[in-house]
Unconditional design. Structure first.
Length: 80
């Protein structure tokens, strides 16, 4: 499978979801190059960006699983 570079943008509006998010990111850890998390206290959300090097199916799998968590939204930007 062809590997792609991707950025997964995650916005967390329900802080009780953080443990589930971290568990998922740990599961996909072998494909994660790095991550950056920023708490935005004024808006009561956390913003996380995750950079991956993985096949498209794996990137989509992570994003889809994140999207199934209440209070979490995610979008993906990939290389061509």
């Amino acid at each position: 499978m062809e590997s792609k570079i991707a950025v997964v943008a995650i916005i967390v509006s329900d802080l009780t979801a953080v443990e589930r998010i971290n568990s998922l990111l740990h599961t996909f850890g072998e494909h994660i190059i790095g991550r950056l998390g920023l708490p935005y206290k004024q808006k009561k959300v956390n913003v996380i960006s995750v950079v991956m090097d993985a096949p498209q199916e794996i990137i989509n799998s992570l994003s889809g699983k994140l999207g199934m968590i209440d209070g979490v939204s995610s979008k993906v930007l990939t290389t061509k």
